[in-house]
Ligand binder design. Structure first.
Ligand SMILES: *[C@@H]1O[C@H](CO)[C@@H](O)[C@H](O)[C@H]1NC(C)=O
Length: 365
């Protein structure tokens, strides 16, 4: 009895200590162990990404917050609506962007006692927005972030930027959990806004470089890797409903982790019909700014959808992206070889075309 009380006190003290620092992860005893999905142990995983648009509490909010003038009731009502959306998508793991604190993140998981949460405090002082992660599966370690930075200038960037700076990823968090015998590394991120504005675009490429090195490290260590969140950029590979094309290489960088010309990660949005392929709307403008990328040799991509019906303008200007994937019991690297073969045959075709052209010129002469 005494030992148990002591253990409880120790857990409580640990939880308080963690909450008091820069991390809140669910360390409550009921959430520390295991897989609390209704299909516990299944390889099938529902993954979500949703920008909750200022899931703040209206108490001493930063001036950019819509609740900055102390609209705590409106903020609480917004939290209730976000919770409705989260419960409706019923994902096993969700990356929630634009949350403020552990308490506002708790609003999002209200009424779901099987859901643990993690927030690793970031460094965006201007918005004070944070990444929140909700999960029905326990974390195998305390979620974390990296303070790494990458340079960006005219040489590194394809964005038409001429300055010289460096950037970290102010809003990101990494949570790892087990699906069967495999460890999944979920990297949640919210990148710099303004898809085609040149300095934002160049900064976002530097941020992608930092995220890419985290993803590559986890991938090389054998984790099944998911990158999810609001990347504030367009895909060069899968055009969206607004027919937007990127000026940056952000998505290309995040797919090809080691820059070898073969994509290790795949955008789940490719399974969504082009007319539905938008996660953000403003008036008649539509864009896909939110992404879930999964490592191709570790996951079967079963389906993906963007839940436009669940969100109205009073909840968010973004819509939840949902992917259903099966985690493979072992990594299948042949999937990467298959795409190398494609790349090789594509370059062989180019080579033959060039050779034919040279030969034609020679013969005509
Ligand atoms: C908007 O969606 C939220 C969340 O589902 C809901 O609570 C709210 O009633 C909806 N508002 C309107 C005006 O339909």
């Amino acid at each position: 009895m005494a030992a148990r009380t002591l253990a409880c006190v120790a857990i409580l003290a640990l939880a308080l200590a963690v909450d008091a620092s820069n991390i809140c992860a669910s360390l409550d005893a009921s959430l520390t162990v295991g897989d609390r999905r209704t299909n516990a142990g299944s390889a099938r995983l529902r993954v979500g990404a949703f920008n909750a648009r200022w899931l703040f509490d209206g108490v001493s909010d930063v001036s950019a917050s819509p609740y900055a003038n102390g609209e705590a009731n409106a903020a609480r009502e917004h939290g209730r609506m976000v919770n409705e959306v989260i419960r409706a998508i019923d994902a096993d793991v969700v990356v929630l962007t634009e949350t403020e604190t552990c308490e506002t993140l708790d609003w999002a998981r209200e009424g779901t006692p099987n859901v643990a949460r993690a927030l690793v405090k970031g460094t965006d002082t201007a918005t004070q927005q944070q990444i929140g992660i909700l999960s029905k599966i326990s974390f195998v370690e305390e979620p974390w972030r990296r303070e790494d930075r990458a340079d960006y200038d005219a040489a590194t960037s394809a964005c038409g930027y001429s300055g010289s700076k460096n950037s970290g990823v102010s809003k990101h968090a990494v949570a790892r959990f087990k699906v069967g015998a495999r460890t999944v590394a979920l990297i949640g991120a919210h990148l710099k806004a303004n898809p085609t504005q040149s300095s934002s675009c160049a900064q976002r490429e530097a941020q992608a470089e930092v995220l890419r090195s985290i993803a590559r490290e986890r991938f090389e260590a054998g984790d099944a890797v998911i990158v999810a969140g609001d990347l504030n950029d367009y895909s060069d590979l899968h055009v969206d409903a607004g027919n937007n094309s990127p000026t940056s290489r952000v998505l290309r960088m995040l797919r090809d982790l080691n820059n070898d010309g073969v994509d290790e990660l795949q955008e789940v949005g490719e399974l969504v019909a082009v007319s539905d392929r938008y996660t953000w709307r403003s008036g008649s403008s539509k864009a896909k700014l939110d992404y879930i990328l999964v490592s191709r040799s570790d996951f079967d991509l079963v389906s993906a959808s963007i839940q436009h019906d669940l969100v109205n303008a009073s909840v968010s200007d973004h819509f939840p992206l949902l992917a259903i994937v099966d985690v493979l019991t072992t990594r299948d690297t042949s999937r990467l070889l298959a795409s190398t073969a494609n790349a090789t045959s594509a370059s062989a075709t180019l080579y033959i075309a060039a050779l034919t052209a040279v030969l034609t010129i020679y013969l005509v002469k």
